[in-house]
Write a protein that binds this ligand. Structure first.
Ligand SMILES: Nc1ncnc2c1ncn2[C@@H]1O[C@H](COP(=O)(O)OP(=O)(O)OP(=O)(O)O)[C@@H](O)[C@H]1O
Ligand SMILES: [Mg+2]
Length: 288
């Protein structure tokens, strides 16, 4: 098994300026992402999963959000030290992200073909126009979009939620990233389509060897797709472990409690971490 670390997040602290002053959201987040493996980032709403992803990608809302401490090492290079221009080139090229709602990332006024073409124009300058169209088609077929030729001329609103999510995956994968960050990409989809998309992503990962960070509330999804897991709470990572180890021998009281809330991880279906924060006074041993 290849255990080479491709992304090392170290002691990340992120804060926002708000009307009520400065709010620190991440309090020293650290984890490693290994080549060809999937790290699940789990935790209840507000625990800082999306802010962690945005901090890594250099996509914190400006000028309110900033990383005040820590490193994001990608192949020994600290992404936090890159200029805006260098980071822009890195995004999409080496590190891609898929968001929860594909409509926020797809442009409603352009056809699918034009949007794929744009991504390729930016990140695969060696391709000419004809090669770009062929490659776009190939990508849509790869994510198993039926009638791919026809889809190139359609607009996002013509497609179902599951199809849009596949287009997003096609766009994210078009540049063959080393790392793909997925922020709840299947939460809005029904269980069957979700399972299909997860299988597809796993297959594409096996083919390309990319690493993934998979943010989710669904421990059923974690069991299905992740190799490693980092459990977040209150802007910190409480515990990281191999997925089997985490499910069988959770160490942290909070993780034990989360797992205790799940009906049966061997059964298919959504196994959601509650969106409401768990009251930490319910497990006093938590504060250690
Ligand atoms: N632009 C912002 N300004 C101020 N605070 C913010 C901003 N964005 C996020 N936060 C705060 O950061 C904390 C973490 O938010 P984040 O979106 O990372 O949570 P999450 O774990 O992704 O939750 P969910 O599971 O609901 O997506 C929350 O308390 C949130 O209110
Ligand atoms: Mg989020």
């Amino acid at each position: 098994m290849n255990q080479e670390v491709i992304l090392r997040v170290q002691d990340l602290e992120t804060e926002f300026s708000t009307d009520d002053g400065i709010v620190q959201v991440l309090h020293g987040v650290s984890f490693d992402v290994k080549k060809g493996r999937t790290l699940g980032l789990v935790g209840e709403s507000g625990s800082g999963k999306s802010v962690t992803a945005m901090s890594i990608m250099g996509l914190l809302p400006q000028p309110y959000g900033r990383v005040t401490r820590g490193k994001v090492l990608y192949r020994e290079k600290d992404l936090l030290q890159l200029s805006a221009k260098e980071m822009y080139a890195m995004r999409g090229d080496r590190i891609s992200m898929i968001f929860q709602d594909p409509m926020t990332a797809l442009n409603p006024v352009y056809t699918i073909g034009k949007q794929l073409n744009e991504v390729l124009e930016l990140h695969r300058p060696e391709l000419n126009k004809k090669q770009r169209s062929l490659y776009s088609l190939e990508m849509l077929k790869k994510v198993r979009i039926p009638m791919a030729e026809k889809r190139l001329d359609e607009y996002p609103h013509h497609l179902s939620g599951g199809m849009r999510q596949r287009v997003m995956i096609a766009m994210a994968l078009a540049c063959k990233p080393d790392i793909l960050i997925c922020d709840e990409p299947t939460t809005a989809l029904d269980v069957t389509i979700q399972a299909e998309i997860l299988r597809l992503m796993k297959a594409l990962q096996e083919e390309t060897g990319m690493a993934m960070i998979f943010i989710t509330h669904d421990l059923g999804v974690v069991a299905e797709i992740c190799d490693d897991v980092a459990v977040m709470y209150g802007g910190k990572v409480l515990e990281t472990a191999d997925v089997f180890e985490l499910f069988d021998y959770p160490q942290h009281p909070y993780t034990k409690r989360l797992l205790g809330l799940m009906p049966d991880l061997d059964r298919p279906g959504k196994q959601m971490i509650p969106f409401e924060p768990i009251d930490p006074t319910l497990f006093p041993e938590f504060r250690k």
